[in-house]
Design a binder for this molecule. Structure first.
Ligand code: CA
Length: 446
């Protein structure tokens, strides 16, 4: 199964992060770099990403006459290794920071407030996606305003993709990139695309096969539901809007039968089936573009189907880069953050490597206007960033454990063995209890 870059990893990181800080007192950590001509930079990524970053860092070293010691980890190991470094008093000078870790890391003195460095530097903060910048602002109460504790290395809009060739082969009209399907329309199209295309009596292509964790937020939000209220003190999964969306996702498999069956999924997961050209609709993040370039069918992006609100919704992730509070070289460390997040040269290298969308608005507009390369409708990514994307519910609370709880026992709903209505009733109190505890922790940390 393809690992979504932000989802699981982010959840895990903050959970561990907060616990370890409370035990050891992260604020007392010292710097990993002993001499001030060297900056330590810790990050994670796939091979093509690591290569792109190394090239950017080589440039930075030359430009700034400073040595950068790079610690690159695989995505799955990053949070554990970072936490070990923090607990061991070897916090890297510069490191990737999850949206969900900002509050705890700021309160515990792990992250440096870099506002004054950012403000006196010569790049244009307004030219970086507001969603990205605001994800690392914290005023001591909430995320979104106040001091700058990092800059976004990227934003990750999670769009819906479709296999164009499959539509053409089935004689189905291509989706309208400017008008989302209603749920009814979506089911109709899904039924047409779930077929036995070679006539051997067995289905060999399916409309979809969404991973519930990545896709349910879109269905819930576009139906007017959410996991919590705006103040983030009440769990709201037991509303009709929410319940209906969860049931709809389960029904795609159990009632409408437009996804591979449980046994089909066991032989090959839906990500592989999408790559093989057996699935019509599948989510696409910017980080998928380098891989999907090599697919032997044409794919493109569309807005997610719209529920009761009549509007699409999608989740958008981000990863930030921050500076250690214990760094001996704050000036150069902040410069490295600015270089990686905001310099044209660096952004161009990353965009050419097809590992992300441009962080800079003007560059992104130009990039999206090129409709000759896949995906043609790159604009959908920008629409999510500008218009309808939202952070995951667990990303802006002190830690995401309450949100993680939602997914733990969800399988029977997806298998049709439990109704969504029964499930939300059962899990709401458990989540509420965790959210209350988290809000209490936050109050105590002040
Ligand atoms: Ca067949």
């Amino acid at each position: 199964m393809k690992v979504n870059k932000w989802f699981k990893v982010a959840a895990l990181a903050t959970t561990i992060g907060l616990g370890a800080c409370m035990v050891t007192g992260c604020g007392k950590s010292s710097s990993a770099s002993e001499n001030s001509d060297t900056i330590t930079f810790m990050f994670r990524g796939a091979e093509d990403e690591k290569k792109a970053y190394q090239a950017a860092i080589d440039e930075f070293e030359k430009k700034e006459n400073v040595k950068v010691k790079v610690i690159a980890t695989d995505a799955g190991q990053y949070s554990t290794k970072l936490q070990a470094a923090i607990s061991g008093g070897k916090t890297p000078d510069v490191f990737y920071v999850e949206q969900g870790s900002v509050m705890a890391y700021a309160d515990n003195g792990v992250l440096k407030d870099i506002t004054k460095y950012v403000e006196k530097s010569d790049f244009d903060l307004d030219n970086i996606w507001e969603y990205g910048v605001n994800s690392y602002r914290y005023d001591g109460k909430q995320i979104g305003k106040g001091a700058i504790y990092g800059l976004p290395k990227d934003v990750g809009p999670f769009a819906l993709g479709y296999n164009k060739d499959m539509f053409k082969a089935a004689g189905v009209d291509l989706p309208d990139p400017d008008k989302p399907y209603t749920w009814d329309e979506f089911v109709d199209v899904c039924k047409k695309l779930t077929r036995d295309s070679n006539g051997d009596g067995k289905l060999d292509q399916w409309a979809t096969g969404f991973n519930v964790q990545w896709s349910l937020p879109s269905f819930v939000w576009s139906n007017g539901g959410d996991w919590a209220n705006e103040a983030k003190d009440k769990v709201t999964i037991d509303t009709p809007e929410f319940t209906e969306a969860l049931q709809f996702m389960a029904d795609l498999q159990n009632v409408y039968k437009v996804t591979p069956s449980v046994s089909d999924s066991q032989t090959l997961d839906t990500y592989q089936r999408w790559m093989n050209g057996e699935i019509a609709f599948f989510p696409v993040g910017p980080w998928d573009m380098s891989t999907y370039d090599k697919l032997d069918f044409e794919y493109d992006l569309i807005p997610w189907p719209a529920g009761k609100t009549g509007k699409s919704a999608a989740y958008i992730g981000s990863l930030g880069i921050g500076v250690s509070n214990a760094t001996k070289n704050p000036e150069k460390s902040a410069k490295l953050v600015e270089y990686l997040c905001a310099s044209k040269e660096c952004q161009q290298q990353l965009v050419d490597a097809k590992v992300q969308i441009p962080n800079l608005k003007d560059m992104a507009e130009k990039w999206a206007s090129d409709t000759t390369t896949m995906p043609n409708n790159k604009k959908e990514f920008l629409d999510i960033v500008n218009d309808y994307g939202r952070a995951l519910p667990g990303a802006n609370t002190y830690n995401p454990e309450w949100y993680d709880e939602f997914w733990i026992n969800i399988q029977p709903v997806l298998d049709g063995k439990k109704t969504a209505a029964d499930y939300v009733k059962e899990v709401q109190p458990k989540m509420q209890e965790k959210l209350d505890a988290i809000n209490q922790q936050k109050a105590t940390a002040k």
